[in-house]
Design a protein around this ligand. Structure first.
Ligand SMILES: Nc1ncnc2c1ncn2[C@@H]1O[C@H](COP(=O)(O)OP(=O)(O)OP(=O)(O)O)[C@@H](O)[C@H]1O
Ligand SMILES: [Mg+2]
Length: 239
């Protein structure tokens, strides 16, 4: 499935240039974080890579394949929660894998353990808080044992301890050998988690660099402006 390669990808809803000739290459290791202002097309990019949004202009290839397979899982900002137990929700994503029911439930329990929700397995999932729902959604996606996990703002609206819990889970997923591609508006989180940063502006990838390098020496003026605007304090970059 790797490298995932996009070349000249465009997305022009109603003639508006959202993505405008985007090039990107993603290898199968580590955590890549997509940064960029609201509306720049981060979610669109993740949905395209998940195969949920067709690419009408340009090219997107998953290794040798021209379409994505079951080894991709995506977690949305507002995770879908079914009106059933936490355990059933955690097992939901494994349906297409055709595992025996016992094996599905065993894996689901194991994942709930890992995300710290084992004691809530029998509760109605609708009763979970926002942070607990995010952890449940991660357990559900992780249970599928994907090769690529796409996470769209997995910690938006969470308090600091919930953010910390979700970040631990994401690190665990990475340690399991799963490639993670995620978006966030939390630059602290990007510095804590990212191996590399994909910075989007004006419809394209302006920079794709190791995280340390991106934050210490952003190459483009757009990236410097973006970092300064997102931080609660001012920093100066040496030009
Ligand atoms: N299916 C669609 N049809 C038409 N326009 C769309 C569609 N999906 C997204 N857009 C538009 O594309 C633009 C980029 O949207 P996207 O959700 O990718 O932004 P984003 O970078 O994720 O922003 P945010 O940081 O606010 O989440 C927006 O202007 C949005 O209205
Ligand atoms: Mg978005």
């Amino acid at each position: 499935m790797f490298p995932i390669e996009l070349s000249g990808v465009a997305f022009r809803p109603q003639g508006r240039n959202v993505l405008d000739g985007l090039d990107l290459r993603l290898d199968g290791e580590g955590i890549s974080i997509v940064l960029g202002p609201n509306g720049v097309g981060k979610t669109v990019l993740l949905r395209m890579i998940a195969g949920l949004l067709p690419v009408r202009e340009g090219r997107l290839a998953w290794g040798e394949a021209s379409r994505p397979d079951a080894a991709i899982a995506m977690v949305f900002q507002q995770p879908m929660i079914l009106r059933s137990s936490v355990l059933d929700n955690a097992a939901l994503g494994m349906k297409p894998l055709r595992l025996a029911r016992g094996e599905r439930l065993r894996r689901a329990r194991d994942m709930l353990e890992r995300v710290g929700l084992a004691d809530r397995a029998a509760d109605s999932a609708r009763l979970l808080s926002g942070g607990e729902r995010q952890r449940l959604a991660l357990a559900r996606a992780w249970a599928v044992r994907p090769r690529l996990l796409l996470l769209d703002e997995p910690t938006a609206n969470l308090d600091p301890s919930a953010v910390d819990a979700v970040e631990r889970i994401i690190r665990g997923i990475r340690t399991d050998g799963c490639k993670v591609l995620m978006t966030t508006h939390n630059l602290g989180q990007a510095t804590r988690l990212a191996d590399d940063i994909v910075f989007l502006a004006d419809g394209r990838v302006q920079e794709h660099a190791p995280a340390q390098q991106f934050f210490a020496r952003p190459r483009s003026a757009a990236a410097r402006r973006f970092i300064q605007a997102e931080l609660p304090w001012r920093i100066r970059f040496d030009e």
